[in-house]
Design a protein around this ligand. Structure first.
Ligand code: MCN
Ligand code: CUM
Length: 782
């Protein structure tokens, strides 16, 4: 019986159960779904970044055999669907009516019998555009006399979206007035894109007889999306069923609601047949949720080796529609951790947002609400400060770290860090790296004209939104549910509100139940993604599945265990107080031979419960986290620079992460390696750029470069474990940590190779030509 075998609960590197179908090609993605009578939707996209639409003539397209309908903004407007609300209270065009506001914006949709016919018909739509000047930077957007992009919005007379601030301005000004030195850094976190392997898409099936809308869609947050569909389209919520099937990666790209989902659903409703929309790569890169595009100015006030103040000014390029997924309290999530891992007594941050003629987005890409930018800024700033005062960057960090005994720590911007031991993580990273020795080698190499750089990032992240009273999206509290049913034979089904895009939830969440109930993970099936069959919750992003839904899973298991205990007392004819729980069985204290397993109890739950007790062994729990979790770590990167070309090569990457208790160490390491690869890609090559007319440069994988196995360095990992004090099993989220923390380490490493010659900054992506220019400037070029 199971109880004699070791339970593979928390801490075991259980192999990913989902891979059995993925590696056999048996996954089911939305594009695998074919329904009888299904039609296909394709989009006509704007060639201009900014233009007035004078007319749209779709008659030639309409006449093409096989075309069923052409959907325009005008048609949608008749159903009040031409515009939709965004997650941050703005509006966004579903299909353009008055103007196009970025290149690639959806102008019209063709619904046809095949995708090929739909694509051909797109070519036959005649749009008469009157081009307008394009705005491609927030500086341009906020300049006097700039054309107003959102002229359709009442009262909008410029391109300004918001001004937010956090921290104490007065205290910060005082810290700067009293500082013996002020260090500054101006830097830009460029626009990049998550580019998941599978682009977005859906199959919308509105049944004209029942009125039920079943929408198979690429969604990281199926429940939230269903509620938004209900609110936007006015469909009754019980008549909407979102099914998010297997996803080929998300990385934040599948959080927003895109016009494709809405048009496919509207078309299915109007035509009465299922409609499939499959986004192509260029559509994905030019029109869906981009990330970053953040201009940052940071200043540190120093007294000796101590940081006494932080001042930050930000300017955000939000594209044509403000569509950040924006939890209320969060504002810019950057506020949460802008002071990083450092005990900075005073801080003040101000941020402005602007509309530009670029695709909307802003938050997503393996970050949590701008924390990537925050982490980058502070880690670049502390390195700059260390150089300016002639301190070793590691030692300078150490003297400013928040100390373990200061937790829970209240930051100068008003957030409470739950737990941390930053020194321990850094020590382990430095030890693994052989830091002292490397510094010596670096100095020796320099004498021989060789450039080696060592870059560190001791990041702190914030994940797991988060405390429903303060964190809401579109008015919905950011909670998550878990429903667990133990069947008579002791096998279980766990249903979750979150949705894996590749993170291995089917494995790890079963391990949480295994840990709490003493079942083996293979006896627990985990289900996600179908709103008709899973409990409510806000979904997977901001590494919140473990902190929120993982906690719900532990709590529902405990709830079931307490009922199991009552049944055990009944079966053993003992008092509950005399029972002990260990490894899936209750036994009588002092009489271990008198025991009953969770499997026996499960059977009894349906056959032999104590008098007055309801049958069954199941429960549901909605978890509202008391706080966010704050994972952290130190990443160290060693690079060599070729003085002849400016090319830089990564010699080593050491990554020490602390995400509290690790449920599945192998999966956590996989998350970290994937995240480091993306961090490297962002630092070295991934760039979505625009020319002055607003043409997107980076619209395909020839121009938007992703690291392949060829460029990706080898990673050496390490861990420390500082449990979260408020999470039921002490776990913190980890999915995004490496992408958040590592870009600064890569850039710091390249800068470090040139720092002795006065170079302080290089902008991402750090391409050879930029390094070459720096080598020239520093008289180091060969
Ligand atoms: N885990 C663990 N122990 C911990 C923390 C996490 O074993 N202490 C496990 C979890 O159980 C889960 C995985 O690690 O299986 C990631 O958990 P978590 O940190 O809670 O993150 P989420 O599951 O909420 O995933 C979201 C996060 C985000 S926001 C992005 S973006 C991202 C990422 O995950 N996108 C990914 N990792 C990704 N990995 C893949 N393969 N594909 C994506 O699209
Ligand atoms: Cu910020 S990308 Mo993830 O949160 O889905």
């Amino acid at each position: 019986m199971a109880a004699t075998e070791e339970i593979r609960g928390v801490g075991h590197s259980v192999k990913r159960v989902e891979d059995a179908r993925f590696i056999r090609g048996r996954g089911q993605y939305f594009d695998d779904i074919t329904l009888p009578g299904m039609l296909h939707l394709e989009f006509l996209r704007s060639p201009f970044a900014h233009a007035r639409i004078k007319s749209i003539d779709a008659s030639r397209a309409q006449e093409l055999p096989g075309v069923v309908a052409v959907v325009t903004g005008e048609l949608l407007a008749q159903h009040n669907l031409a515009w939709m609300p965004t997650l941050s209270g703005d509006t966004q065009a579903v299909l353009a009516t008055d103007k196009v506001r970025f290149q690639g914006q959806e102008v019209a949709g063709v619904v046809a019998e095949t995708a090929y016919i739909a694509k051909d018909a797109i070519e036959l739509i005649d749009v008469d555009y009157e081009p307008l000047p394009a705005i491609t930077s927030p500086q341009q957007a906020l300049a006097k006399g700039a054309p107003v992009i959102r002229d359709e919005k009442e009262g909008q007379t410029d391109n300004h979206i918001y001004h937010w601030e956090a921290g104490d301005k007065e205290a910060t000004d005082k810290a700067f007035a009293e500082a013996d030195r002020v260090v500054e850094l101006d830097t830009f976190y460029p626009r990049c894109h998550p580019a998941p392997l599978e682009c977005c898409g859906c199959v919308a099936d509105v049944n004209p007889a029942t009125g039920k809308a079943t929408i198979y869609m690429t969604s990281q947050a199926p429940h939230a999306h269903r509620t938004l569909f209900a609110l936007v389209a006015g469909l009754p919520e019980q008549k909407i069923r979102i099914i998010s099937p297997d996803l080929g990666g998300g990385f934040g790209n599948k959080v927003p609601i895109y016009p494709g989902y809405v048009v496919a659903t509207a078309a299915s409703l109007l035509i009465g047949r299922p409609v499939k929309w499959v986004e192509d790569r260029t559509g994905n890169l030019i029109s869906t949720g981009f990330a970053r595009d953040y201009h940052m100015h940071g200043e540190l006030a120093l007294k000796g080796e101590k940081i006494t103040g932080l001042r930050v000014r930000l300017l955000s390029d939000n594209g044509a529609f403000f569509s950040d997924a924006q939890p209320t309290r969060c504002k810019a999530g950057l506020f949460h951790i802008v002071t990083g891992s450092y005990d900075i007594p005073a801080a003040h941050v101000e941020t402005e947002g602007a509309y530009t003629n670029k695709a909307p987005g802003g938050v997503a890409y393996r970050c949590s609400f701008r924390v990537t930018e925050a982490s980058y800024l502070i880690e670049r700033l502390v390195q700059t400060a260390a150089y300016e005062i002639g301190a070793d960057p590691a030692e300078f960090r150490r003297s400013n770290f928040i100390k373990p005994e200061q937790f829970p720590y209240s930051s100068a911007t008003g957030f409470e860090y739950d737990s941390g031991d930053y020194g321990a993580a850094m020590d382990l990273a430095l030890e693994k790296l052989g830091y002292e020795e490397l510094r010596r080698e670096q100095a020796e190499a320099r004498k021989e004209g060789k450039l080696i750089g060592i870059g560190l990032a001791s990041f702190t992240e914030v994940v797991g939104a988060g405390h429903g009273a303060e964190y809401q999206i579109a008015g919905l509290r950011m909670n998550d549910g878990a429903e667990l049913r133990i069947h008579p034979t002791g096998k279980a089904v766990l249903k979750l509100s979150v949705k894996s895009q590749g993170q291995g939830h089917e494995t790890t969440f079963a391990q949480i139940v295994a840990e709490e109930l003493g079942l083996q993970p293979e006896d627990i099936e985990v289900q996600e993604g179908d709103t008709d069959n899973t409990p409510y919750g806000l979904g997977t992003y901001a590494s919140r599945s473990t902190p929120v839904s993982g906690a719900a899973t532990a709590m529902v298991s405990r709830r079931i265990r307490s009922k199991a205990k009552k049944i055990a007392a009944h079966l053993l004819e003992a008092s509950e107080d005399d029972l002990e729980w260990e490894d899936g069985r209750f036994s009588v204290k002092g009489a271990p031979e008198k025991s009953t397993t969770i499997q026996d109890i499960a059977f009894a739950a349906y056959t032999n419960v104590p008098e007055g007790m309801e049958d069954g062994l199941e429960g549901v729990y909605y978890y509202d986290p008391p706080n966010m979790t704050y994972p952290f770590g130190t990443y160290a990167v060693v690079v060599e620079i070729d003085r002849g070309t400016g090319a830089w090569k990564v010699r080593r990457v050491v990554a020490v992460d602390d995400c509290g208790v690790r449920i599945n160490p192998m999966i956590v390491e996989g998350q970290i390696m994937g995240g480091l690869t993306e961090g490297f890609g962002i630092a070295a090559m991934q760039l979505i750029d625009f020319d002055e007319d607003g043409n997107c440069i980076g619209a395909n994988f020839m121009d938007y470069l992703l690291p392949t196995a060829w460029e990706t360095p080898t990673f050496e990992l390490g861990e420390t474990v500082t449990p979260s004090p408020h999470h039921p099993i002490g776990a913190k989220g980890v999915g995004e940590s490496a992408t958040v923390g590592s870009p600064a380490a890569f850039v710091n490493a390249v800068v470090d190779a040139l720092a002795h010659a006065g170079i302080r900054n290089l902008e991402m992506p750090v391409t050879s030509d930029k390094v070459w220019a720096a080598l020239q400037e520093a008289n180091l070029a060969e």
